[in-house]
Design a protein around this ligand. Structure first.
Ligand code: NAD
Length: 259
């Protein structure tokens, strides 16, 4: 890898090491699989260690280039531990995808203090700790790529999701700019991808069918987003030659929100 990311093609990214949080299932698993397919070594981390290990084994049963690890993003020390584990195993890490997140559906005035803190802690604190720990590590090496998964909810206030989630995701977009400004001079880019509702199990589980039909009808492109496309956006932002883009938030919402 060239320290300042001078490569011209994606092929030069082969054998880089990427860490994806919340990668046991859903969008995170999809992003990890895309990175793996492009030749990255990938650590699939999750609160649910068993599921992360299982998902990683589906990619690489021998565990040479994909592994599953426990990482609770609310715990800054966990990021430090996983960073050290990966450096021991694969020498270096070059890409972090802050994907872990969750939401609860509650009406605005019924959100309890505990639930507000819990949702913000995973979605916002988790991204902050990831950017801090890996931002410092990448800066010391003179190269790195951070991609934060934001959400349309953080831009338009959300539809099916609550105020805690929307506020946290708005914060993720802001943190992206703050870390991008800080880390740019050290060869580290920090960007966000902001998906609209995706065709993922969690969406079909959390949103009632009639509400989902309403959401789909309201999307100009007439369908839920495809997670594979979000994964492709992440792969593009993670590439060495992606250094023209930092502090950006790339929207992918089927035209539901235009700015
Ligand atoms: N599904 C959508 O339509 C949609 C839209 C916009 C943004 N997003 C964002 O995409 C990301 C992935 O969401 P998803 O739809 O795949 O959800 P999901 O619930 O299917 O997957 C989330 C994963 O994060 C893990 N996780 C939860 N708390 C964690 C913690 N404290 N530490 C580590 N891992 C934790 C879960 O165990 C799970 O494996 C989230 O940031 C979400 O906000 C999703």
């Amino acid at each position: 890898m060239s320290p300042q990311g001078t490569a011209e093609t994606w092929e030069d990214d082969a054998h880089h090491v990427a860490l994806v949080t919340g990668a046991a299932r859903g969008l995170g698993a999809c992003i990890a699989a895309r990175l793996y397919d492009r030749g990255y070594r990938v650590a699939l981390t999750d609160l649910d260690e068993e599921a992360a290990v299982k998902t990683a084994a589906e990619l690489d049963p021998e565990g040479r280039n994909a592994i599953g690890l426990a990482l609770d993003v609310r715990d800054k020390d966990a990021f430090l531990r996983v960073r050290d584990q990966l450096v021991d195993r694969w020498d270096a890490v070059s890409v972090l995808v802050n994907n872990a997140g969750y939401y609860t559906t509650e009406s605005l005035m019924d959100i309890t203090a505990d639930n507000f803190t819990s949702v913000v802690s995973t979605n916002l604190n988790g991204t902050f700790f990831g950017c801090q720990v890996f931002g410092a590590y990448f800066a010391a090496r003179g190269y790195g790529r951070i991609v934060n998964i934001a959400s349309l909810a953080g831009q338009n206030g959300g539809t099916a999701t609550g105020a805690h989630y929307a506020a946290a995701k708005g914060g993720v977009a802001t943190l992206t700019k703050v870390f991008a400004r800080e880390l740019g001079p050290q060869g580290v880019t920090v960007n966000a991808v902001s998906p609209g509702p995706q065709d993922l199990p969690v969406v079909r589980r959390m949103v009632a069918p009639d509400k989902l039909a309403q959401i789909e009808a309201s999307i100009p492109m007439g369908r839920l987003g495809r997670p594979q496309f979000i994964a492709d956006m992440v792969v593009l932002l993670a590439a060495e030659h992606a250094d023209a883009v930092t502090g950006a938030c790339w929207d992918a919402n089927g035209g539901l929100y235009m700015r």
